[in-house]
Write a protein that binds this ligand. Structure first.
Ligand code: AMP
Length: 433
């Protein structure tokens, strides 16, 4: 195949986000930013590539992400690097590296951006996917856990997903109570270890609780009668979790307790939560998070608490598409420009209006008036300004209201004034064809 014949495609599991869908993405991101700002969370942007060791420690050697899903490579300088599979490890690294963990231990961040995991692609699961994440560092109070859940709920409600999402909570215990639970769980599992999948057999040895993460029906069936963590909570964990629930109840956030929600790693403690949808098939989690009080320390920082969540953009967009949610991107005005002189005159007017915040579309005057009017209709412009060489000679333009069909002539020097957002309503346009 010659280079000219070669057809390039996106890499498997990765996709383009094209207009008009990109407008929906922007609506989601803008809403997230607005809501996170009102909660005094600040944006953090970390590099997409980090030293591999950060994720080995920050995500955990035993997780499937680190075991088999990372895009890692040795660069020309012999550094072992990884294209980030998630955001928390990088945020915590930056929090420590910048000195914030010492100077401003109570810090709130949000981030948005692409993550990369070499998973088997399917509905809602990609190899490049976007996450929106929140991290609240330096607060042990249960109000912090509740704030992350409440803020996420507010965000999902604001974008129109309230009816599609369930909030599930659990407490996965702490160093004091979890070992007792793990012991019971291992005792229970040992009875039918041979019936479990290979991953679960390994989990029994390394991190028994993660068995609850297994998606295989045979393993899930065996877990029906497994011991439940709530029986083993210490006083501290029970009180903390009670308080989280009380705060969430107080702000009327509906949640259910699901004792099979676990976070994979040792430094996760107490509260864990997931935002779930029944409309996503097997990949039902829109977001998940929890408290990770040991993470900052394990990445070389001080003993500072943390709690956070990560939400998957693609799954949010899938749900929005299913509920029929669309964002409309309609220009305020279309300029139909005919002839070279008209183009020269129209260009500064168009730019002036754009600088005032109006959305202006045009097609560079290349086509007939009929074709330009067709395009104006197609893009949904509310008004069309028609400028041809005849209008230039008379020093006027024609403004057409696309809803009513009414037209008026207006002096060229008055166009900006007439079209600007503050210049009154369509009723200002008088006269008919
Ligand atoms: P995690 O970092 O695994 O806790 O994932 C947090 C959220 O990111 C999930 O609830 C999903 O919404 C999203 N997510 C994780 N992995 C993928 C993936 N491979 N493709 C699409 N979204 C994902």
């Amino acid at each position: 195949m010659s280079p000219a014949e070669q057809k390039f495609r996106t890499v498997k599991g990765m996709m383009d986000i094209m207009p008009p869908e990109s407008h929906l993405w922007q609506m989601v991101e803008d809403t997230a930013k607005r809501i996170f700002c009102t909660h005094s969370y600040h944006e953090i942007r970390t590099p997409i590539v980090e030293y591999t060791e950060l994720f080995r420690r920050g995500v955990g050697e035993d997780t499937s992400v680190v075991e088999k899903e990372m895009y890692s490579f040795i660069d020309q300088g012999e550094d072992n690097l990884t294209i980030r599979p998630e955001g928390t490890a990088s945020v915590v690294r930056a929090y420590i590296e910048s000195g914030a963990s010492i100077n401003e231990p109570m810090t709130r961040y949000y981030y948005m951006g692409p993550m990369f995991r070499r998973e088997r692609p399917q509905k809602g699961r990609f190899r490049q996917f976007y996450q929106i994440g929140l991290e609240l560092l330096g607060v042990t109070d249960p109000a912090a856990d509740a704030e992350i859940v409440a803020m996420t709920w507010q965000f999902l409600t604001a974008i129109g997903l309230k009816g599609s999402i369930k909030v599930e909570l659990n407490s996965i215990g702490c160093k004091e109570c979890r070992p007792k639970f793990n012991e019971k769980l291992v005792g229970f599992l040992s009875k039918f270890e041979d019936c479990l999948c290979e991953d679960c057999k390994r989990r029994i040895v390394k991190n028994p609780m993660r068995i609850f993460d297994c998606k295989k029906e045979a393993c899930k069936a065996r877990l029906k009668d497994a011991p439940r963590i709530s029986k083993y909570w210490c006083e501290g964990c029970r009180t903390h979790f009670d308080k989280v629930q009380a705060i969430l109840t107080n702000v009327s956030i509906p949640f259910v307790i699901n004792e099979t929600i676990v976070r994979g790693l040792d430094y996760y403690v107490s509260t864990a939560f997931e935002f779930i949808s029944d409309n996503l098939g097997a990949q039902s989690a829109v977001g998940g998070g929890g408290r990770y009080d040991g993470l900052v320390r394990s990445l070389g920082g001080p003993d500072v608490a943390g709690v956070g969540i990560a939400l998957g953009m693609e799954r949010i967009i899938l749900l929005l598409n299913e509920t029929g949610k669309k964002t409309e991107f309609l220009p305020d005005t279309f300029f139909a420009v005919l002839g070279e002189k008209a183009k020269l005159t129209a260009f500064p007017i168009i730019e002036n209006l754009r600088s005032q915040g109006l959305t202006i579309d045009w097609d560079y005057g290349a086509k007939s008036l009929k074709a330009q009017m067709r395009r104006a209709g197609k893009v949904g412009a509310k008004k069309v300004v028609i400028i041809g060489d005849t209008e230039i000679e008379k020093n006027i333009a024609i403004i057409k209201n696309m809803d009513t069909g009414m037209q008026q002539e207006i002096n060229l020097s008055d166009i900006c004034q007439n079209l600007s957002r503050h210049s009154g309503t369509d009723s200002d346009i008088k006269g008919t064809l």
